[in-house]
Design a protein around this ligand. Sequence first.
Ligand code: SFD
Ligand code: AMP
Length: 623
Amino acid sequence: MANFETVEVNTDLLIVGGGMAATGAAVEAAYWGKKNNVKVTLVDKAAVDRSGAVAMGLSAINQYVDLRTGKNTVKDYVDYVRNDLMGITREDLVASIARHVDSTVHLFEKWGLPIWKDAEGNYVHEGRWQLMINGESYKVVVAEAAKNALGMDNIYERVFIVEPLMDGDKCSGAVGFSTRENKFYVFKAKAVLVAMGGAVHVFKPRSSGEGLGRAWYPPWNSGSSAYFTIKAGAEMTCQEVRFIPVRFKDAYGPVGAWFLLFKSRAISAAGGEYMVERKEELEKWLPYGKVKPIPANLRNWLGMMDVMDGKGPLVMKTEEAIQKIADELKDDPKGYKKKMKELEEEAWEDFLDMTISQAILWASTNTFPEQEPSEIAAAEPYFIGSHSGASGAWVSGPKDLAPKDYFWGYTNMATVKGMFCAGDASGASSHKFSSGSHAEGRIAAKAAIDYIVKEKPNHKYDNNAINALKETILKPMDIFATHGKETSDPNVNPNYIRPKQFMFRLQKIMDEYAGGVSAQFKTNKPLLEKGMKLLDYLKEDSTKLAAADLHELMRCWENIQRMWQAEAHVRTILFREETRWPGYYYRADTPTIDKNWEKFVNLKYDVKTDKWDVFTKDIHHIF
Ligand code: SFD
Ligand code: AMP
């Protein structure tokens, strides 16, 4: 076996991940931990300052409920989320975040995040729930707060977490490896808070060749949360509710600021505005076709229909939107010029704050947003429970809000004891975004400390099992060391598969059989069944993955984790015999929305029998 030192770390609460939810968890856990003498440790595969989805920064805070002014209520937010997700949402979880998210945003401001203000000193809204920020350093700001709270001695960076440790039915830690040194890490803990983000590159991306790796959501979120929770035996929910964002094509610049702040229109090459011309289609998706705002997946769907009719490309009328705003000052030439400059700057900053590559693409293609429109397109599917998708673990709601069967003792605890989830890791509570994920991290951390204090878990560890895990996790290094020199091209070898090839194979299966970009997001039962069979073969070959170095070892495990996310997804779409989110995926053999399916589809993996169980759970309304 590869010669790796084993490093053991003993702690009370282990936070796995270092993104928005994890940094929120760190701040809250440090506070309650100090009061209760509970040790808190955080481990991230990257450097917390720039890890996760907010690495590049963001240009908006997408969840701010504004309870202070009384303009909105928690119920308003729950109604918005339920409608956007076509009825499939845990109202208790959405409300739990909504009632706390404003205080998290106020903390961001206190820590130094610049939030746009108007002349009266009020926050500048992008839309009803969204605030504009100068967010290039957003992640550094929240990371600093987390580091100050925990102390660097309690933070492990560049350690990739692979597997949970279990003591019977309780989660007792995690194992992983350093991506810089030959070290295998064993974290022993009384409770674990999972916040390792969503999953990208499960489906074949539009980007290829020199653009490979460019995606809207960060490619380094590779399904670790889903894998970790599934392997621990946790019940998972909404694994079919992937997210397809419409984005500026090829560099994936977000559209929210254009639609909401600049009030821009999107049209097809044929000149029509699909949101207007295809209004009648919305009647087919009632009652959600009639709600305001129109659900994200239905907005996608109307645009996709234009593309499928050969009317593409779709474009965002940036020049028209900018002109319309500036025209308000057309009788004041000086003011007009100043406004035009300001709008131009805002357009560029929107991308420079969060998707720098889109600004680079605009620059390299001589695009002047104030003069010409830009192409937009539906991106490949992502698994991201914090945005407009919903996949994640099935977690307990808060005692005061949760219906009986949604509550089992500690808020945000999965169905596995001692395992808490937040951000993309927890499901059925969409539209938390960066701020809600941070708030949910805080909620989950407080509950996890409470669990540790009240339950006083005292775990047993099986050294043989840990050694076996070490052997399995490092096996790709052994395979390459043994066989790597047997062929002149190390990519072509009958004894192994390299992680990049493995990833391409996974993406091809998902793209063609599970409704990816090249299948126009459409699938059906026979396609899914064939896809499942191919995933089985892929799983067989995953034991033959080979890694030439530590970086590739990480790539091997990222792709195994993606494969498990893929399997959970295919099994769930197969089970739900309707089409509920046509702009996310379309089951061509069950092409309509069906009231009888207004239920959660949950699933669970049993590690002992290697069997999956897929079943429904009722939706309870509390508002
Ligand atoms: O408009 C392991 N998001 C936006 N949110 C907003 O509030 N405003 C916006 O403007 C947003 N936009 C946006 C957004 C994201 C992206 C990529 C773009 C634009 C281009 C969404 C939020 O960013 C998102 O909802 C939250 O960040 C989710 O938080 P969380 O904590 O669930 O995920 P994370 O922040 O990505 O962190 C994951 C962490 O896990 C680590 N990790 N660590 C150890 N071992 C492993 N195996 C690990 N695997 C992963 C990561 O390193 C990271 O620290 S807009 O376009 O929507
Ligand atoms: P995006 O940039 O697409 O991630 O959007 C940012 C925020 O604006 C999210 O909360 C979206 O749901 C919302 N949003 C984007 N476009 C629209 C639209 N056309 N109508 C209503 N809300 C939107």
